[in-house]
Ligand binder design. Structure first.
Ligand code: NI
Length: 198
């Protein structure tokens, strides 16, 4: 049942992005040159706390491409899979990976303290920065990225369903693309290379 719900959320996210792509590819009727109305609407300023306890503002990211993923450290499958694959892609990028940033934003402020996030991320590439926030801060950043997350009770606690996309944000702060769940390693690498212009 849980997998079905996760699959449903993923499907919704894919549909939203497909609709966005269709919108972007429509005949140009009055859009400003170079402006992508829907893509321009995804993303936005945020201020969150890193796994080191430091406040990080998106203003620091001006001019730097970045990848951003929403998840939680107790996630049994989607998050560890995505972080492992992203870590492999970062290694494959080599020094070029330093031309962009990588973020894991927790949607579980109750359990994901900076220390918990630090412990969790020690399993993955150290270039992935963990971000936590208050429930209000998380809600705001998720809304800005049109990401969905939903707390779901389980017999021994709770879990979250969440959007499984990695958002790829360009130097201009706009959505440049996404990595979809379990996309091939080759495709993931090509997408990151394109993002950083390598
Ligand atoms: Ni997850």
């Amino acid at each position: 049942m849980k997998r079905v719900r996760i699959a449903a959320w993923i499907s919704i996210a894919v549909l939203v992005l497909a609709a966005g792509a269709a919108y972007l590819l429509r005949p140009n009727v009055g859009a400003l040159p170079g402006r992508l109305p829907l893509a321009a609407g995804i993303g936005g300023p945020f201020e969150l706390t890193t796994q080191e306890g430091r406040r990080l503002s998106s203003a620091e990211l001006a001019g730097t491409p970045f990848a951003l993923f929403f998840g939680f450290t107790h996630c049994p499958d989607v998050c560890p899979t995505t972080m492992l694959e992203l870590s492999n892609t970062i290694k494959a990028l080599g020094p070029d990976a330093d031309r962009m940033r990588f973020f894991f934003v927790s949607v579980d402020p109750e359990r994901d303290t900076p220390a918990q996030l630090k412990l969790y991320l020690s399993n993955f590439d150290p270039r992935i920065t963990g971000l936590v926030g208050t429930p209000e801060e998380i809600a705001a950043v998720a809304k800005a990225y049109r990401a969905i997350y939903e707390k779901v009770p389980t017999k021994d606690g709770f879990t979250y369903n969440h959007t499984a996309l990695v958002y790829l944000m360009g130097r201009d702060g706009r959505l440049a693309g996404t990595i979809n769940y379990q996309e091939s390693a080759d495709t993931q690498l090509k997408k990151l290379r394109r993002l950083i212009g390598a």
